[in-house]
Design a protein around this ligand. Structure first.
Ligand SMILES: Nc1ncnc2c1ncn2[C@@H]1O[C@H](COP(=O)(O)OP(=O)(O)O)[C@@H](O)[C@H]1O
Ligand code: SF4
Ligand SMILES: [Mg+2]
Length: 376
């Protein structure tokens, strides 16, 4: 099956200007050669710490930013080659939801006017009556009432405002929605409701999502596949199931270990993420993670690892147990050639601990169970 979205070599370097004359004194290498594919109806999560380039990838895909290099093909068409007016027409099929719905909803517009606007812009639902009906239908789809159309954004809660943002994205019947930290500002129980809504809408309309989050626990409930980013690059990509069961890259292991364990190995694993993220203006040589990687070797400072399938993938059979391949039909890629040498990481996520993160995860999971039960 061909991909809905194909991203290759995507790169964005922001010039940094200094002084009164605005001389360019360097570049922030926000995104540095990113490749991925997405099929219709599928969810790819992009995860990583703040500043690693997730939002920039999202904005590049939507062409809200022009890339320094690389290509974005949507439904087989090169988006970067389109004129501005042709791109405006494509926007109908590519929508976005942001973390803070309040900032993206016009406070002076009623919900009805706000939802009617994209319909008019794209010539959908021509008559007033048809528009009103469609607005009511959109509100119903996201679990709100048709009479909410008369209200203003400030009259809604955070979770309801995110529902409104989703309704507005849906208005134009998109194929792909880029959701940038859509639930990060919400309470845990509300997060689950919004994610369950997004999943239900995905099933109903065959939507594809790029779901951007710094939180792996949230992503687990919605992503088919996960791409882990570090300093502008994807360091690991796999199916959600494979990534949680068998994380390979030391950075992924460290992110997963933020769900902690009571045993001493886990404590060591957590220490992986001590230290600051290096500057994206001057990323480390070789493997960008080497300054924080507890497995780093001398050669890691020099040699930049490729994001690659392990050479043995696909032929080392069951003898290799769960450290092995067969992780999903489109492979498990890792930008670390040494991952097979590390102690197994699967225990990190499975055992129970008692501190805040663990409790948070347990609450989140419980909330999902409740929200699913309550769903009509
Ligand atoms: N418009 C911009 N100008 C300069 N630097 C930027 C701009 N937008 C983002 N950056 C920088 O690019 C890097 C990646 O940012 P971003 O994509 O927002 O990361 P994330 O979403 O993962 O937190 C950061 O170092 C950020 O400061
Ligand atoms: S290449 Fe080296 S520094 Fe980078 S993740 Fe692997 S072991 Fe660590
Ligand atoms: Mg961001």
């Amino acid at each position: 099956m061909s991909a809905l979205l194909e991203v290759a070599g995507l790169t964005k370097h922001f010039p940094v200007k200094r002084g009164a004359f605005g001389f360019v004194s360097g570049h922030v290498r926000a995104v540095d050669g990113v490749d991925f594919e997405l099929r219709a109806g599928e969810t790819l999560a992009i995860v990583g710490e703040s500043g690693c380039g997730k939002s920039t990838v999202g904005r590049l895909v939507l062409r809200l930013l022009e890339p320094t290099a690389g290509s974005v093909r949507f439904e087989g068409e090169d988006l970067l080659a389109l004129s501005d007016s042709a791109m405006r027409a494509r926007r109908q099929r590519l929508q976005v939801i942001f973390q803070d719905p309040y900032a993206s909803l016009n406070p002076r517009m009623t919900v009805g006017a706000m939802l009617a606007e994209p319909l008019m812009l794209h010539g959908l639902a021509g008559t007033d009556a048809a528009r009103r009906a469609r607005v009511g239908e959109l509100l119903d789809l996201v679990g709100l009432r048709p009479d909410h159309a008369r209200r203003y954004p400030h009259e809604f809660s955070g979770g309801q405002r995110q529902r409104l943002a989703i309704a507005r994205a849906l208005a134009v019947e998109p194929k792909l929605i880029v959701a940038d930290e859509p639930v990060s500002a919400l309470d845990v129980s509300i997060q689950a409701q919004v994610i369950n809504l997004m999943r239900a809408l995905q099933d109903r309309f065959g939507l594809a999502y790029i779901f951007i989050s710094h939180d792996l626990a949230v992503v687990k409930h919605i992503a088919d596949r996960i791409a882990v980013m570090y300093l502008g690059k994807i360091v690991e990509t796999a199916t959600t199931e494979a990534l949680f069961r068998n994380p390979r890259h030391p950075y992924t292991r460290a992110l997963l270990a933020a769900v902690p364990l009571p045993d001493p190995t886990a404590t060591r694993e957590r220490s992986l993420l001590e230290g600051d993220i290096p500057s994206a203006m001057n990323p480390p040589t070789g493997c960008r993670f080497h300054t924080r990687c507890r497995f780093a070797k001398d050669s890691c400072r020099r040699d930049e690892p490729e994001l690659a399938a392990s050479p043995a993938d696909g032929d080392n059979g069951p003898a290799d147990g769960d450290r092995g391949p067969a992780d999903g039909d489109r492979g498990h890629l890792t930008a670390c050639p040494w991952w097979r040498e590390f102690p197994p990481a699967s225990s990190i996520v499975e055992a129970a601990g008692q501190d805040q993160d663990r409790i948070r995860l347990a609450r989140l999971q419980a909330a999902f169970v409740t929200a699913q039960r309550e769903a009509p």
